[in-house]
Design a protein around this ligand. Structure first.
Ligand SMILES: [Zn+2]
Length: 93
């Protein structure tokens, strides 16, 4: 499968929306945009967090993964905010 192409296999298990972009959320397990088994994704339609299987289909996440995701998401937001503030300071000086 080529990078950036839609993934006809990936259907949201919650709302049955076909996920046409399949880039994994960078940072959870490295910055490789091609998803590996266990990488997290988000359904653009219903907003549920999903995880990739080895065959690039997606599944609901487990309770354990939900906790892992929450930890990662917190860290991700903190990181983005830091970058945002840095850029803002640069602009103002
Ligand atoms: Zn969905």
């Amino acid at each position: 499968m080529e990078r950036g192409k839609g993934n006809p296999l990936a259907r949201c298990p919650w709302c049955d929306h076909q996920l046409d972009g399949y880039a994994a959320m960078g940072g959870a397990r490295g910055n490789n945009p091609i998803p590996r088994e266990g990488d997290f994704s988000l359904c653009v339609k219903c907003g549920h967090v999903l995880a990739f299987r080895a065959d690039q289909t997606v599944r609901k996440i487990t309770d354990k993964e939900a906790k892992e995701f929450q930890r990662w998401w917190k860290e991700y937001k903190r990181e983005r905010l830091r970058e945002f503030n840095k850029a803002k300071r640069k602009k103002m000086s």
